[in-house]
Structure formats: C-alpha cells, structure tokens
Design a protein around this ligand. Structure first.
Ligand SMILES: Cc1cc2nc3c(=O)[nH]c(=O)nc-3n(C[C@H](O)[C@H](O)[C@H](O)COP(=O)(O)OP(=O)(O)OC[C@H]3O[C@@H](n4cnc5c(N)ncnc54)[C@H](O)[C@@H]3O)c2cc1C
Length: 398
C-alpha cells in the first residue's frame, strides 16, 4: 500500500495550493481528484488582487493563466437607471477560466513533487496503525499521516468527519449561476471593466459581468432561501435581458452551490489528523461569494499547522483552528452581516452613488483593508452626507 505524509482530496485552488506548499516543505504528498484535469468548474473566474498577492507570496502565481486584469469597476443600479464608475490606479482583479487556473496550480504542485491521482473519487477514511489513516478511493487504498479535505461544497471528507464527531452542521447554500456572452453582442457595457449590478432581483445579492477574453461571463449570486419557487435559469435570462442587453444570448450556462458562511460555535475544521479547507470548510464570503481567496488562505493556514505538527510543536494540528479564528473568522462573520444588511435594506445600495463610498471597495478587493474599515468609514461618510458635513458627490454616469 502506498504511504504518504499528506493526502489531499480535491484539485481545486484549496487542494492544489495545499499540495504545492506541503510538497515544497519536503512532505510526501498526494492529491486525489475525482475528475480528469483540466476539468470544468462553474465560476465567474474573478480573482481578486488580494488572492493574487497571497499566491505571489508563496511563489504559486502563474500570470499566463489570466485572460485579463482590470483597473475599472462599474457599479450598476438598473432599477434606478444609474451606473457609476470606480477607477483604480492599478489592477484590482484578474479573470481566469477555472479549468486553466486550477490546472496551472496543480501543475505547480506536481513540479514541487506532489503526486496527482486523477479519475479517483475519495470514498472514506479510517484510523489505521501507528497513528496513520487508511484512505479509500473507489479504485484503491492508500495510507497517510494527514488528510486534507479540499473537495468543495459537497465535501465527502467533511460529511465523514462530522459523522465521527456526531455534529452535523448543515452548510447553508448560495447558488452561483453563470453563462458566457459574446463580447461583441454587448455594446452597452464599457469593455475592460468589471461590472456589478445590484438590486436586480429580490433573490440575488448581485449580478456580474466579467471580461474573459473574447467572451463576457454574466452571472447571478442567489440566496437559495429567497428563490421561492423561481427558476434560477429564468432569473439569469431576465438579468441578461433587462440589465445587460435584450438581444444578447447566453452561449453556455453553468452553476453550482457555494457555502453561505454562518458563524457556528465550534465548526468542525480539524479533528485528529483531518483538516478541512476552502468550500469544504464552508469558507466563502457571504456577501460577494468570493471563495478562491479563502480556498488559498485556508490551504496556507492548513500547511502552516501541518508543518508545525511534523516539526513536533505542541498543539500540532489544533493550531489550524486557532489560525482560522485569528485570520478568517472575523472577516467571514462580517461578510455575513453585510449579506444580511443588504438583504433587509436593499435601498442601502444607493449609497454607492457616493464616490467616497464606492472607493472603499477597491482597497478591500486589493486586500489593503477589511470589512471593519469599510463599515466604520461608510458609517462616517453616511453621517457626514446626512448632516451636510461632506459635499454630496453623487455622480450619475448615465
Ligand atoms: C457560479 C459560481 C461563480 C463563482 N465565482 C467566483 C468568483 O468569481 N471568484 C471567486 O473567488 N469565487 C467564485 N466562486 C466560488 C469559488 O468557485 C469556490 O469558492 C472555489 O472554487 C472553492 O475552491 P475549493 O478548492 O475549495 O473547491 P473546488 O474548486 O470546488 O474544488 C473541489 C475539487 O474537489 C473535487 N472532488 C469533489 N469530491 C471529490 C471526491 N469525492 N474525490 C476526489 N475529488 C473530489 C472536485 O472535482 C473539485 O475539483 C463561484 C462559485 C460559483 C458556483
């Protein structure tokens, strides 16, 4: 039976980056992926500058798999017939096709020495001799000291871990639904911009149009609890027709669930020698749906605690939960509060008419400031406008 130090289930950004870092640290690492690579993954493909910074920091960044980078964001409030622009002095977001992006990250992990087993679906694990885990896929069995669940929203690793801990915490869901439009079919949108549309439907947090080569990717982030019998495809068609262009047709459609992060007292992130990362751990921004950043970040934290554990440090893998509380929990909790706030008070999106408030989001996407700063500044500016201490700098573009 093959024996490894670290076995990782899933070759998305969380699994690939964890594989890269563990192999680079000299650990015998294997990545098990049920599909053959490159595999299709439904996604807007927006990679924020803060994610790029993380990838650069660990030398796991390949600019070759990016279609474009943007410095301009247009915020649309279609109901009010308004659109506003935010211009940054350097790119704050890049766009990828996930098949290429995930493949490039996995190749980098292989270059560091990680073994890749594709077309093998993880089935389960059990404790074996000498503190090891026996891991079964549908076609083979292997042994590993540590198992990382990076197998996305429907994670089998998480389900098994929760069964063992007798604490099943259902992960509430957001639904991302998207499709491609021919770029030349949409003349009304400025090219080279990233476009966000708010207040497009009571079920959707927002809609997006992202530039991806000769195509535009259009999609909606939907709260499953607010669908109320509406068909997601109809919502997407309505969004394209009403907010973008009545004659544009979607050439391809896709969709998938992503976790809606809710603060739970004791999330099952690590038990014994098993750790969960990325979507499998329930990590995605509840308001924006950004998950790639948290996939990469949690892979880095998992690696940090695994290295400590192999180095014989006290606390071993339990360090992972501590790092999560320090580096992820607050940010995701605030993203959930933002999500709730805008669901209850959609009119608050009209604050985006103020240039100062729009500009708050660029440093956030870049990773230069977090939600707490946005919150404090947005409150201060709103009060400033209300009491006439700040000039009302609403600037409708259309
Ligand atoms: C429509 C949509 C649009 C989105 N847009 C964005 C965006 O623009 N920007 C952003 O940051 N985030 C976006 N997200 C969220 C983002 O896609 C996820 O948060 C991110 O992919 C999580 O990465 P991951 O590595 O944890 O999991 P995944 O990328 O889901 O990878 C999990 C991998 O595990 C494999 N796997 C699953 N089960 C098994 C098994 N039993 N055995 C072996 N392998 C298995 C899967 O095949 C997959 O390759 C979007 C999500 C959706 C649905």
């Amino acid at each position: 039976m093959k024996t490894y130090d670290v076995a990782i289930v899933g070759a998305g950004p969380a699994g690939a980056v964890a594989g890269f870092l563990c192999a680079e640290s000299g650990l015998k690492t294997v990545i098990i992926e049920k599909k053959h690579l490159p595999r299709y993954k439904s996604c807007g493909g927006g990679v924020t500058a803060r994610t790029i910074e993380l990838l650069k920091r660990v030398n796991c960044f390949d600019p070759g798999c990016f279609d474009s980078f943007v410095e301009q964001l247009t915020v649309h409030l279609p109901g009010a017939g308004r659109a506003y622009r935010v211009r940054a002095d350097k790119p704050f977001m890049g766009f990828v096709r996930r098949a290429d992006f995930d493949m490039a990250l996995t190749r980098m992990a292989q270059d560091k020495g990680a073994r890749l087993r594709t077309g093998e679906a993880f089935q389960g694990f059990r404790a074996a001799n000498r503190g090891k885990l026996e891991i079964a896929t549908h076609s083979s069995v292997l042994e590993s000291r540590i198992l990382i669940g990076a197998d996305g929203y429907t994670s089998r690793v998480r389900k098994q871990l929760e069964r063992r801990c007798r604490t099943v915490s259902p992960v509430p869901a957001l639904l991302g639904i998207e499709g491609d439009l021919k770029a030349d079919a949409v003349h009304s949108l400025s090219s080279g911009h990233c476009h966000l549309f708010f207040n497009v439907s009571p079920a959707a947090s927002y809609g997006w149009v992202f530039p991806r080569g000769d195509r535009l990717n259009a999609g909606l982030l939907i709260h499953m609890g607010a669908l109320k019998g509406r068909h997601p495809n109809r919502l997407l068609d309505g969004f394209v027709e009403n907010a973008i262009n009545p004659t544009a047709l979607l050439e391809r459609r896709g969709g998938g669930m992503l976790p809606l992060f809710k603060r739970v007292k004791n999330p099952v992130l690590q038990r014994e020698n098993v750790l969960l990362t990325g979507d499998a751990a329930g990590f995605a921004d509840a308001w924006t749906g950004e998950g790639i950043y948290y996939a990469v970040k949690s892979a880095m934290l998992a690696h940090q605690s695994i290295r400590r554990s192999f180095g014989g440090a006290k606390g071993g893998l339990m360090e992972y939960s501590r790092l999560y509380r320090r580096e992820i929990l607050n940010e995701l909790t605030l993203s959930y509060l933002f999500f709730l706030f805008f669901r209850r008070l959609p009119r608050a999106y009209h604050l985006l008419a103020h240039e100062r408030i729009r500009r708050l989001f660029v440093p956030y996407i870049r990773g230069e400031s977090g939600y707490p700063k946005i919150l404090v500044k947005a409150l201060a500016y709103s009060l400033g406008y209300k009491f006439g201490m700040l000039a009302d700098n609403r600037d409708p573009m259309f």
